[in-house]
Design a protein around this ligand. Sequence first.
Ligand SMILES: Cc1cc2nc3c(=O)[nH]c(=O)nc-3n(C[C@H](O)[C@H](O)[C@H](O)COP(=O)(O)OP(=O)(O)OC[C@H]3O[C@@H](n4cnc5c(N)ncnc54)[C@H](O)[C@@H]3O)c2cc1C
Length: 384
Amino acid sequence: MTQTCDAIVIGGGVIGLAIARALARDGLRVTVFERNARPGGEASWAAAGMLAPQAEADAPGPLFDLCLKSRSLYTDFAAALWEETRIDIELCPAGTLLVASQPEDVAALHAKLDWQTAAGCHAEWLSPSDVQNLEPLVRSHGALYLPDDWQVENRRLTQALIAAVAAAQVPIHCHSDGLTLCLEKGRVVGVEVRDERWSAPVVINAAGSWAAQMSANLLGLPARVIRPIRGQMVALQMPVSLRLRHVIRTSQVYLVPRRDQRLIIGATVEDVGYEKAVTAGGVCSLLSGALATAPPLAAASLIETWAGLRPLAIDHLPLIGETALAGLWCATGHYRNGVLLTPITAEIIRCLVQQLPPPCEMAPFSPRRFSASAMVCSDATPPA
Ligand SMILES: Cc1cc2nc3c(=O)[nH]c(=O)nc-3n(C[C@H](O)[C@H](O)[C@H](O)COP(=O)(O)OP(=O)(O)OC[C@H]3O[C@@H](n4cnc5c(N)ncnc54)[C@H](O)[C@@H]3O)c2cc1C
């Protein structure tokens, strides 16, 4: 028997869930398919939750603009999720310190200060004693303060999106491995899972690091158009006597303090395929980076380690929109910024599906840039 809906979303991470929620709020009948036993258990769960367009960017450009736009949506996004679900995603506006751990870091941070203030962003240089006053645990040669780079608790964000999708009557079909796309007259018209068929005029591939595995053959995309980049993470439980108030980033590690006194330390950047092991070397480099930045952390308890896979496109830009194959859409490749880019991605897909003008220039992010003629294939090293 064939079931019919208006849109199918493949992948139950923050991107797929936020898209499903946005389309359902517009009155569309949406169905989500998730390969795992539960949604939200991959990169979206593994992330650190930083909303950090300024900390992440090395230069202005379309991705920087997209990230800024998404950051500006977060306050309303968090409030709406609270209204819908009563789940607080812990949006924390304390800001981020980019710490100069070595004297030679200072020049690069000043260069960032210059181009970001010229771009109209807030950024402020802090002397070592300013940093000491703000964050007594941190050793530094000064720091760039980015008051608008915030953080959320991404695991709570995932829970909130699952609850919001449920409240909007969107079914999530888990264990959907083996899902295939249905094609008719050169367009995708639905999906098939274990002999059951769902038809919809819009099928959205939001399968994160696995997105190209599923559709590479159909789209004629190179198999590595999206590839996984492993990030290992460590969590400490801080004693009550130790406290960090801001997100702290150095060239080696970042430290993200949560409301419940956990401290998230991340992250490695490793091109090792679909391998999610936590390694001795990974944990060692994270802990040594963290203790060099804030030596009193040596007293904190190590409570959790994990790893996740960031979806990286070969040109390092996300793919958002309809593909060259009619009916098949794509929302993936968000790499290190998928939590940040969740609200804008959902809004872009909603607008495009509803044939409304998208909230930003979409050409740099169109999946069609990977059509055979447009392809400039590069296997460049992932940006750190
Ligand atoms: C260690 C680490 C730290 C990070 N820190 C940050 C950060 O601080 N800030 C930030 O903005 N971003 C961060 N990111 C990046 C962010 O987590 C990702 O960009 C984002 O979660 C991607 O969301 P997604 O929904 O596309 O992917 P995922 O969360 O991976 O979800 C994809 C889903 O698709 C499912 N799926 C796959 N194949 C199929 C299939 N064939 N059928 C059905 N379902 C399928 C998967 O099981 C999965 O649930 C981090 C990532 C990692 C790994």
